[in-house]
Ligand binder design. Structure first.
Ligand code: APR
Length: 248
C-alpha cells in the first residue's frame, strides 16, 4: 500500500525527521552489482573467502584482489549517481525537517549526488586504513600487502575501510538515536538479510512510532514489517516518492 497523501501532509507540517536506509539496489542502475540477486556478487564469491577478518588473515591477496576489482569498477567513468541518488540529495535539501541517510553501500554515489548528512555504516571502498596506526585516508589505486603505510611506514597493515562480516558497523549510536527520533523511516534497495540494518524498520516503527515505507524492486525479506510500500526500479520510484513528499 502506498504512503497516503494525508499522512505526508502531516509529516511535512510537523517537519518530521526522516531516516533513510539504502542498499545495493539503489546503485544497480548506476552499473554496480547487488549481492543476492541471481547476478549478484555473492553468486560469484564466497563471503567467507573475501569479506571476513579471517579471510584477510588466511588469504589477504584474494581479499585485496576482490576489493581492487570493485574499486576499479566504481571508478569506471560510466558509473555515476542515478536519479534515485539525486532525488535523495534533493530531499535532504528541501525537506523542512532533518534527513539522515544511512547507507549500507560502500560506493560513493550518494556523496557524489550531493547528500551531506550521510553515514556509510559498512564503510567506504575509496578509503583505506592501517592496522598498525590510526591512518584513515582516501585511496583509489589497487592495494596489496607489499605497500607500506604512508603514515607509519610499516608493511602489511593496510586494509580497505569496509566493515566485514563479524565486525561492528560504523556510527551505530548516531543511527539508533536518529531512529528513535524519526517520524518517517524509508528503506530503499535492500533485501533485508543483514543485521543490524534489517532491524531498523522495527526500531523506527514498532518501538518509535514512525511511519515506515519500503521502496524496492520487489518485496524484501522484511516486507511485512513495513506499513507502506512502493515496488519498481529505484530510478523511477524514488524520484516520484521524493516528489510526493516535497509536494512538487
Ligand atoms: N531498484 C530497486 N531495488 C533493486 C533494484 C533496482 N533497480 N535492483 C535490485 N533491487 C533490490 C533487490 O530486489 C534486493 O531486494 O535490491 C535488493 C538488494 O539486496 P542485496 O543484494 O542483498 O543488497 P543489500 O541488501 O544492500 O545487502 C546488504 O549485505 O553482503 C552485504 O555488506 C553487504 O551492504 C551489503 C549487505
Amino acid at each position: 500500500m502506498p504512503l497516503r497523501p494525508d499522512i505526508i501532509d502531516i509529516l511535512r507540517a510537523d517537519a518530521a525527521a526522516i531516516v533513510i536506509l539504502t542498499g545495493a539496489g539503489i546503485s544497480k542502475e548506476s552499473g554496480l552489482h547487488t549481492f543476492r540477486d541471481p547476478d549478484g556478487i555473492w553468486a560469484r564469491y564466497d563471503i567467507s573467502e573475501v569479506a571476513t577478518p579471517e579471510a584477510f588473515i588466511n588469504n589477504p591477496d584474494l581479499v585485496h584482489h576482490f576489493y581492487n576489482d570493485r574499486r576499479a569498477g566504481l571508478l569506471d567513468p560510466a558509473v555515476q549517481p542515478n536519479a534515485a541518488h539525486l532525488a535523495l540529495a534533493r530531499l535532504e535539501a528541501e525537506w523542512p525537517g532533518d534527513v539522515l541517510l544511512v547507507t549500507q553501500n560502500i560506493d560513493d554515489l550518494h556523496d557524489r549526488a550531493g547528500s551531506k548528512n550521510l553515514i556509510h555504516m559498512h564503510g567506504e571502498l575509496l578509503k583505506i586504513r592501517c592496522n598498525h596506526c590510526d591512518l584513515l585516508t582516501n585511496w583509489s589505486k589497487p592495494l596489496d600487502l607489499g605497500i607500506p603505510c604512508p603514515s607509519c611506514a610499516k608493511p602489511g597493515g593496510l586494509r580497505p575501510h569496509v566493515v566485514w562480516f563479524g565486525e561492528m558497523p560504523l556510527e551505530m549510536e548516531r543511527i539508533y538515536t536518529a531512529l528513535a527520533d524519526c517520524g518517517l523511516f524509508i528503506s530503499i534497495g535492500t533485501s533485508g538479510n543483514v543485521y543490524p540494518a534489517a532491524g531498523f524498520v522495527q526500531m523506527a516503527g514498532k518501538e518509535s512510532g514512525a511511519e515506515t515505507v519500503e521502496l524496492n524492486l520487489e518485496p524484501s525479506n522484511g516486507a511485512t514489517l513495513f506499513e507502506y510500500s512502493h515496488y519498481g526500479a529505484a530510478s523511477e520510484i524514488v524520484p516520484s516518492f521524493v516528489s510526493s513528499l516535497i509536494g512538487c
